[in-house]
Design a binder for this molecule. Structure first.
Ligand SMILES: N[C@@H](CCC(=O)N[C@@H](CS)C(=O)NCC(=O)O)C(=O)O
Length: 127
């Protein structure tokens, strides 16, 4: 109980520190950003608000200017049940990618960040 509260408190300090040191967003032409938005609309991040690994992924989403919706999987929400029954595990962050035959559930912050960089890093030096 105390450990859980301490972890949550520390997580919130990390969220605040991350907010203060947020990276600058990349910029794109409006056509490019529109195309990015359409791809991002097929993704959702299952997360806990104060999880440090989720903070890292959200920072990257911010930097890459990705409007990926976030889903609360911490509290007793339908998203938590979905993460367990469809993703297979209650572990966050988990990026859900729709649009194929069936959703892809990508776990592990490092893998998610690598995927986002590979998919959305602007190729031209426009930032
Ligand atoms: N190696 C994982 C670690 C993720 C991790 O430990 N997440 C914790 C929250 S910070 C979790 O999902 N815990 C499951 C739970 O509390 O039920 C990553 O980098 O994504």
């Amino acid at each position: 109980m105390i450990v859980k509260a301490l972890r949550e408190g520390l997580g919130r300090v990390i969220v605040f520190g991350s907010f203060l040191t947020r990276p600058k967003r990349v910029t794109r032409s409006s056509e490019e950003q529109q195309a990015v938005n359409e791809r991002a609309a097929k993704m959702s991040l299952y997360q806990f608000y104060a999880c440090p690994f989720c903070v890292l992924v959200r920072r990257e989403m911010h930097r890459l200017n990705l409007p990926i919706v976030t889903r609360d999987a911490q509290n007793n929400t339908p998203y938590r049940q979905e993460l367990l029954s469809e993703g297979g595990n209650i572990q966050v962050p988990c990026l859900r990618i729709d649009g194929g035959d069936k959703p892809v559930w990508m776990y592990e912050s490092k893998e998610i960040i690598r995927f986002l960089k590979e998919s959305f890093e602007p190729q031209s030096p426009s930032h």
